[in-house]
Ligand binder design. Structure first.
Ligand SMILES: NC(=O)c1ccc[n+]([C@@H]2O[C@H](COP(=O)([O-])OP(=O)(O)OC[C@H]3O[C@@H](n4cnc5c(N)ncnc54)[C@H](O)[C@@H]3O)[C@@H](O)[C@H]2O)c1
Length: 254
């Protein structure tokens, strides 16, 4: 398999970290970023050869600095994985602040515009590239009370399908991953908050959430990483414009 230059955002933990480590283990050259210095330091310390930048990917100047650093040693990016996504506020639309709406859009959607815009010129020069954007299984269920999150992720899917058409003639593939309930701290936090608000146990709430997934399962970060590595490999050379669920088939959410 060809050695590739890879940039992974949000790689301080969970899926982003798992992908970065798997690309590195495969022999790729990998640059990562995260907003959280402590998490970034942890992943870099554990993975000699990996390089990284502290960066808020929703900030145009910060993304420009990220690409200065990454391209400084990579030269160009073959694979861009836009992992970053924040949960955003939860509540009825009339109670949400515009500031929270904007912050969710910045982290979840502006970020992908900014990184893709930086990565594409090099990909076009080489006549190839793979971009993977993170959406969510919740765009299928259209979960209420999470409007900024769901709207931003619907935007991610529109961005993905539009760019697959625009960039396909240049040999650049663009796909999106729609994760289900990832077995990580973030999902645990969600379950715990619902349990506290409803006066039920965490186990009860988790069992209820899994009732709405056909395979009654959470998803391990490494499973999603495996799918992304496949999408960025020669084996997937004609896979583009796809919205791929790794979720055990989410049927519904409350
Ligand atoms: N956790 C789930 O159950 C779940 C379900 C569906 C979809 N997703 C999506 O999958 C992706 C990965 O989810 P996860 O649970 O592994 O995420 P996570 O919250 O565990 O990790 C995300 C990482 O991104 C970093 N980050 C946050 N904002 C940033 C910013 N502005 N700039 C740079 N880094 C930033 C965080 O510090 C963190 O290290 C996200 O896009 C998320 O929306 C997650």
């Amino acid at each position: 398999m060809t050695r590739q230059n890879v940039l992974v955002t949000g790689a301080g933990q969970s899926v982003g970290r798992s992908m970065a480590e798997k690309f590195l283990a495969r022999g790729d050259r990998v640059h990562v970023c995260d907003l959280d210095q402590r998490l970034l330091d942890g992943v870099l310390a554990a993975n000699p050869g990996l390089r990284g930048t502290v960066c808020d990917v929703g900030d145009e100047a910060a993304v420009a600095r990220l690409f200065d650093e990454a391209l400084g040693w990579l030269g160009h990016v073959d694979v861009l994985v836009n992992t970053v996504g924040i949960s955003g506020p939860r509540g009825p639309i009339e109670g949400l602040s515009f500031a929270d709406w904007r912050a969710t859009m910045a982290a979840n959607l502006d970020s992908m515009f900014l990184t893709i815009r930086q990565a594409v010129p090099g990909m076009k020069r080489n006549g190839r590239g793979a971009i993977v954007n993170f959406s969510t299984g919740s765009t299928k269920t259209v979960m209420p009370f999470r409007t900024p999150y769901n709207a931003s992720k619907a935007g991610v899917e529109g961005l993905t399908r539009t760019l697959a058409r625009e960039l396909g003639p240049h040999g650049i593939r663009v796909n999106a991953i729609l994760p289900g309930a990832i077995d990580n701290q973030r999902f645990t936090n969600v379950i715990t908050r619902i349990a506290e608000q409803s006066g039920r146990s965490v186990a009860e709430v988790e069992a209820e959430q899994l009732q709405f997934i056909s395979m009654r399962t959470k998803i391990q970060p490494a499973e999603i990483a495996d799918m992304v590595l496949f999408l960025c490999s020669d084996a997937a050379r004609h896979v583009s414009g796809q919205l791929i669920g790794v979720d055990g088939n989410i049927e519904w959410e409350s």
